[in-house]
Structure formats: structure tokens, C-alpha cells
Design a protein around this ligand. Sequence first.
Ligand code: NAG
Ligand code: NAG
Ligand code: NAG
Ligand code: NAG
Ligand code: NAG
Ligand code: NAG
Ligand code: NAG
Ligand code: NAG
Length: 553
Amino acid sequence: MIIALCIIGVLSSARLTLQASAPASPYYVGATVEYYGVMTGENLTAIANENAKNFIKILKTASENDVDIIVFPETGLTGDQKYPPEEREKYIPHSSFIPHPKEGKVPCHDQSTPVMECLKAISCAANRFKMYIAVNIREKEKCTGERCSKDGINLYNTNVVFDRSGAVVARYRKYNLFGESSLNRTAKPEMTTFKTDFDVTFGLIICFDMLFETPTLRIIREQKVRDILFSSHWFSELPFLTSSAIQTAWSWSNDVNLLASGYDNPATGSGGSGIYAGKSGVLKRVWPEKRTNALIIAQVPKVIDGNRGSITPGSIVIPPNSAVPTINGSEPVPEMKLISDYLLPYTTKMFVPVNGTSNVTLCDHGLCCQFIADTAHNVELIKEPNVRYYRYRFAVFNGVRSFSGKGTGGIEVCGLISCTGETVESCSVRFDTNGILVHPTTFNSLSISGDFKTLPNNLYLPITQNDEITPLNVTDFSFAMKIINKTHTNLKFNLIKPRSDLMTFTIYGRNFSADGQPQTMGSGAERVYFFSMMLIILVLIGMSSETLFLGSV
Ligand SMILES: *[C@@H]1O[C@H](CO)[C@@H](O)[C@H](O)[C@H]1NC(C)=O
Ligand SMILES: *[C@@H]1O[C@H](CO)[C@@H](O)[C@H](O)[C@H]1NC(C)=O
Ligand SMILES: *[C@@H]1O[C@H](CO)[C@@H](O)[C@H](O)[C@H]1NC(C)=O
Ligand SMILES: *[C@@H]1O[C@H](CO)[C@@H](O)[C@H](O)[C@H]1NC(C)=O
Ligand SMILES: *[C@@H]1O[C@H](CO)[C@@H](O)[C@H](O)[C@H]1NC(C)=O
Ligand SMILES: *[C@@H]1O[C@H](CO)[C@@H](O)[C@H](O)[C@H]1NC(C)=O
Ligand SMILES: *[C@@H]1O[C@H](CO)[C@@H](O)[C@H](O)[C@H]1NC(C)=O
Ligand SMILES: *[C@@H]1O[C@H](CO)[C@@H](O)[C@H](O)[C@H]1NC(C)=O
């Protein structure tokens, strides 16, 4: 009743059209933002204020489209890191205190907690537009005791959620930090959720969290949350972990609605946002080859008693770039620069395409996968010299990978990957997006299967993408699990519609029990590994300064 009155109040006073979703409505209106931030300013506080102004412009457009809840990207307010992580003290003046949700404070008009101006402005906007808003900020907290830094302040990478009155209703501190050595992590992972007035409970995760069990999968599996807000500043990696592919596959595997917001910076492979409805597939998605600001809006079907409502048409992406003035037409526009996975320790086999069926079995560290492909291969298309086309390899891996040197994790992989040339290294890069590609190989069908050791909390992701980094539709594949005995589960991943533009079609499993163990190295791979580590180091050095990065490549 109070909410209804509020909305009428807003309608008459501010001429807004906001129509909040009711608890009984079969869907809510969700939004996520792809955002290329303001990068220059006197200091991070000044930059955050500029970005908050842009956020408010985006929020106004969102409110005109009846958005109930919106999520902004990780680092969206303060941008890329400006100071080296070891100069932690420089971040402190530009970090915000955030009241505990229990206090019910509305920073917009509550002066009792010294909250940064940018967050106060967002709180006021939540109240003005009557919208749930999730933003990411560097948080500071006064602390005492054992888990307190020497200077009495801990810093966190935090998502804060304001409700329709502007009150802080949730605060989540990122647990799986991606390096981020100037920041702290909580002693225990927080499993942060909040309930909305439209009767949907949301969980919060940030970026690298997506690849881990804790807190991410526990929010879903233990707390039965079916809607996740995801803020990220992802570095897309070939051939498996592009933002689009992982967001799509993660939402599908867990069958949860996912509102994913990506910080956009193609120069470092960052960007990619979307709204996903689990097994019902992608509602709307943005993959930015070039700098992009976009507001993505969709009617998200609620999951009630385990059943998701039907998908309604009406998803939109607005406005293309012109929304906010951080995209400057006269600056050089970099292309999305993807990072490369280290594939040398994989067991792979070049696929020699035929007209007909191929049947290949490959094993790696006890994991065996069978690949049955029915293909048509048009050799005429590749007769001309210098034509560009993808070759394919079957790839199997059961071991421990490194995530850009920021941590290690167990993975089990069976898949088809595409390569620009004959070597394994050429399977983690792509052709540049400007040239013309030909597609000599059509997969009429493809079946990838294996008997995987049954793990209690495992996660198996059906990673798919075509050569435009577009994930396949849910009607293009099937993915089935069958328990075969006490110790093993058979997984079968089938392509069921012909495609000639496949880039990745892979079962990507996470073996959490191997997390933190030393990386699995390939035999005789040390020299190349050294070389690729040098590249990673160059990239990492470059990431702290965009100019150097651009200059060094
Ligand atoms: C940041 O820069 C602004 C001027 O743009 C200045 O007013 C403010 O005091 C600075 N803030 C901090 C914390 O240094
Ligand atoms: C928080 O992070 C800083 C910077 O890395 C570190 O010096 C400090 O010990 C950390 N505090 C805790 C409690 O881990
Ligand atoms: C856009 O970039 C150009 C070249 O870097 C610069 O001269 C101009 O001032 C910029 N405009 C805006 C609005 O930032
Ligand atoms: C497949 O069949 C086509 C059409 O008959 C033919 O042009 C092509 O050379 C065949 N490809 C292979 C690999 O034999
Ligand atoms: C593929 O090969 C395996 C063993 O070599 C065999 O058992 C299986 O029946 C074959 N499958 C097809 C579809 O040819
Ligand atoms: C998915 O389906 C839509 C609608 O039919 C189509 O436009 C799109 O191209 C499909 N995506 C892929 C990767 O095939
Ligand atoms: C269970 O299945 C796996 C894979 O097929 C096999 O290697 C293993 O021997 C089986 N275990 C038992 C107890 O039958
Ligand atoms: C997962 O990792 C653990 C720990 O390294 C290992 O013992 C186990 O074999 C791995 N699981 C599979 C299915 O290989």
C-alpha cells in the first residue's frame, strides 16, 4: 500500500512513468549496464563523481522503461586502478564507508555516516526513481583486533544495493579477489542476499567469484536463490572464458536468472553484459568489440516453486553509445583485445575434416572423451592463397590451471576448439575482426561425451560460441548427465543444429577440490611457458597503465 502511494506520488510530482512490478507479477523488469568509465580527473573521488552523474542519466532512462532493479559494473564508479596496489594508503581517501544494511540508513539524507558523495547521489537517485540499484565501490571500514590492518582500516571491493527509498539493503564484499593486493577479503565468505518488494530474493557476486564454489554456488545451492546480480570487470580469454560464453553457460548450468554488468574497456579485453534466464537462455546480451555504453533491459521471468515463467518479448538495448558522454568519437577506438589461455598442457588432436563421420577418443590424466563429428568439408573454399578460416582441434584436460597468475583452479575439459593455424597456441587467439573469414567446415552434428569422476559440488559449463563470440541458443545443443556407477557420471554434450561458424563447443568443468594446487604443466612446455609468462607479465604491467599497454603491443 505504501509502495503504491509512493509511486502515485512520483507519477504526479515528477512525471515519471515508473510502474513497479507487483509481488504477484510473473516477471520483473531487470536492467544491467555496460559502461566505459570516465578515466581522467583530479583524483579518484572526482572521477567517481563524474561517473555517478553518468549513472544518473542512465537511471533516468531506466526509470522511463519501468526498470525495477539495475546493476552497474565492478569499478564502474572509480574506474581502473589509478595507483599501484602497494600504495594502498592513496586509495583510502577515495574509498567510502558504507552503513551496515541493518541500520536501514538512507545516505541521501542521512549525514551520520560519512558516505562518499557519489554514493549519496546514487542513494538519492534510487529514491527519486524508486528503483533498486546495485553499484560497486572501494569500501573502507574502521577495524580493531586480529583481522585489522595496522592503520586501523580495511579496504574491500564491495557491491552496495539501495532499495526504492534509497536505503542500503545489502552490502557484499568480494571474496575471490583477482590479485587486488591493496584490498582485504573477509575472514569468511559473505553470502549476501536481499528480498525485494516484488517478491524476488537476489544474491550478489562480483567478477572472479563466478568461477568459484564459495560463496557463489552456495548462495544458489544452500540458500535456494534463483536471481543473481553480477558486477564484473572481466578479462575475456580464448578459447573458453569470454564474458559472453561464461555468463551464458553459468546461468544455464545453474538455471538461475543472471543480471550481468560488465565494465567496458576493449583495450584490455573487458566488457560483455547481459540478462540471462537459465535454461530458457539469453534474454539480451551485449558483446562490445568497440567501446560501448549500453543499458540492457529485459522482462525477467520469476522462478516460482522451481518453475520459471515463460519468456515475454520486449527485451531491449538502449541507447547505443549516445547515452553518456564517455565515448569520445575522436579518440582512437581499440578493438576487443582478448587474453589467451595456456593450452600446452592439454592433450589435443588436430581434426582433419571429412565429408562424413569422425570418431576420436582422447584421454588426459585419466579423463577420456569421445568426439563424434558429422561434417561436410568444402575444400573449394580454401583453395585460394591467404584465405582465412578456422581449423579445429579436439582438446581434453584434467588438471590445474592458472588464472592469469592470480590463483589456480582445478578444471576438467572436453571440447572442440578452433585455431588460426596448425599449432596448439593458435587455438587461443582469433583472426582480427576486420577481415573476411570463410567457413569450409560445417558440423552437421557433434557429440562430446566422457565419464567424469563424480564430485559432490562440481560445476559443468556447456561453453559455446561462434566466431563472432556469440553463444549458441539453447535450442542448438543438448547437455545431459547420467550417473553410471558409484564413482562416475557420464556427460554428453551434443550440437543438434548444423553450424559452419563454430568457435568453441566444450564441456568446461570446475574441480574445486584442486583449487590452489600448483598449475599442471605440459611436458616439454617450459620454454614456451616462460615466453607466455613474459607476455602475461607485459600485459599485467600494461594493465596498470593503459598507455603503456597500448604502446607495448
Ligand atoms: C579530489 O579533487 C577535488 C578537486 O577536483 C578536490 O576538491 C578534493 O579535495 C580531492 N579529494 C581528495 C580526497 O583528495
Ligand atoms: C589488508 O590488506 C592490506 C594490504 O594488502 C594488508 O597490509 C593487511 O594486512 C590486510 N589486513 C588483513 C586483516 O588481512
Ligand atoms: C575527445 O578526444 C579528443 C582527442 O583526444 C580531444 O581533443 C577532445 O577534447 C575530447 N573531447 C571530449 C568531449 O572529451
Ligand atoms: C566433400 O564433398 C564436396 C562436394 O561433393 C567436395 O567438393 C569436397 O572436395 C569433399 N571434401 C572432402 C574433404 O573430400
Ligand atoms: C566410435 O568408436 C568406438 C570405439 O572405437 C566405438 O565403440 C563406437 O561404436 C564408435 N561410434 C561410432 C558412432 O562410430
Ligand atoms: C539465436 O536465435 C536468434 C533468434 O532466432 C537468432 O537471431 C540468432 O542468430 C541465434 N544465435 C545463434 C548464435 O545462432
Ligand atoms: C565406473 O565407471 C567408470 C567409467 O566408465 C569405470 O572406469 C569404473 O571402473 C566403474 N566403476 C565401477 C565400480 O564399476
Ligand atoms: C580433482 O582434484 C582432486 C585434487 O587434486 C583430485 O584428487 C581429483 O582426481 C580431481 N578430480 C578429478 C575428477 O579428476
